[in-house]
Design a protein around this ligand. Sequence first.
Ligand code: HEM
Length: 137
Amino acid sequence: MNEIQSLYDMLGGEVGVHALVTRFYDLMDSAPEAKDIRALHANNLKQSREKLFLFLTGWSGGPQLYMEKFGHPRLRQRHMPFAIGSRERDQWLWCMNQAVDTGDFDPAVADHLKKRFSEIADFMRNKDETQGPLFQL
Ligand code: HEM
């Protein structure tokens, strides 16, 4: 039989997605490299962990758990209350890239994930970072 595996299956289904999210938030919660984005989150990360797990499950081709509970993700809009610039994007990706690299994924799957995450994280930027004029006349 020649079945096409979904990304969800390649991540290890529920257990694999859950473990990825756990590694991601454990890093965010402890690494000085992520301190600015940690500060954007609530003291207790329980809800963030739960929501990212539900979202990534559907995003990777598993059951649409996030949609069933919260409706369409509209991720960019939901991130608007938080000021996200290149620094925040890079801190988020720093955590996620490590979380991916410490998983037991096929290297092609890990590469794919990191590429996709970097695109989504970049799209989440909502802070005007253009520099003002060097000289004020
Ligand atoms: C670029 C840097 C990012 C920062 C600084 C950031 C920060 C945050 C913060 C502060 C929250 C609110 C915490 C909460 O309500 O639980 C949040 C929610 C969320 N984030 Fe991010 N995020 C980023 C990128 C991403 C990316 C790339 C994804 C998906 C791959 C993502 C997925 C989510 C989801 C699903 C939620 C819950 C949305 C909701 O239902 O309110 N985030 N994020």
